[in-house]
Design a protein around this ligand. Structure first.
Ligand SMILES: CC(C)(COP(=O)(O)OP(=O)(O)OC[C@H]1O[C@@H](n2cnc3c(N)ncnc32)[C@H](O)[C@@H]1OP(=O)(O)O)[C@@H](O)C(=O)NCCC(=O)NCCS
Length: 193
């Protein structure tokens, strides 16, 4: 029996969503189709999911290669089980190359990468903070988490992605790097280290 958690938000107007660990075959197909439809400018612009057909969710082969890096996935869905969102965590050291960190920041403590996507009616209704907090709790009680030694969680985002940054700030994330030439910044969950 897979443990799932129910969430909602004020702006979601009573719609209930469920967070489940893992991803089913049909959800993988949906994720690829949501990505390769190229009908989602925000995902195209802010993520490497499509990346001219070379991104992590651009094809089944790419998805499998990405998953093999060791990623714990949590899917957001409604009763239909259709993918309304995805969050993932994985053991990956925050790269110090190419990033200029704020004075005193110790990047070596951050060994868990995190990312989030919301789709369709799940986007723009304030679900990102609860989806993140709940999935992070689930991940922290998993065996994958226990194997990781540097337990700090980090993420990368575009410095002009206002909805993403606002959502991350709501759950206490702090910016710890200056913007790269590509306009990317690193944020971390400081309360976890
Ligand atoms: C980024 C993402 C996860 C944000 O989650 P979300 O729950 O949809 O976030 P919301 O749209 O509810 O916005 C979060 C906050 O930013 C605010 N916001 C959004 N756009 C804004 C703008 N242009 N100016 C000011 N505030 C803005 C919202 O009002 C909201 O604040 P509130 O809850 O206090 O009202 C989601 O939009 C998404 O998946 N986008 C596509 C993929 C992506 O960009 N992922 C992130 C990659 S780093």
């Amino acid at each position: 029996m897979i443990e799932s958690h129910q969430i909602s938000s004020e702006k979601a107007l009573g719609q209930q969503f469920f967070i489940s660990p893992g991803i089913t075959e049909s959800q993988i197909t949906q994720l690829i189709s949501l990505t390769s439809a190229q009908s989602d400018p925000a995902t195209m612009r802010n993520t490497s999911d499509w990346k001219n057909g070379k991104g992590r969710f651009a094809s089944r082969a790419n998805f499998d290669t990405w998953l093999n890096k060791g990623r714990s996935i949590y899917v957001l869905s409604q009763d239909s089980q259709d993918v309304a969102g995805i969050v993932w965590y994985g053991a990956e050291q925050l790269p110090s190359d190419g990033n200029t960190f704020i004075h005193g920041f110790d990047s070596t403590k951050y060994g868990i990468t995190y990312a989030i996507r919301l789709y369709g009616s799940a986007r723009g209704v304030g679900l990102a903070p609860t989806f993140t907090n709940t999935s992070l709790e689930m991940f922290r009680s998993s065996s994958e988490y226990q194997k990781i030694t540097n337990n700090g969680v980090w993420l990368e985002t575009n410095s002009d992605s206002i909805s993403a940054i606002k959502a991350y700030e709501k759950i206490g994330c702090k910016q710890v790097s200056t913007s790269t030439q590509n306009g990317r910044i690193i944020m971390v969950f400081p309360s976890l280290v």
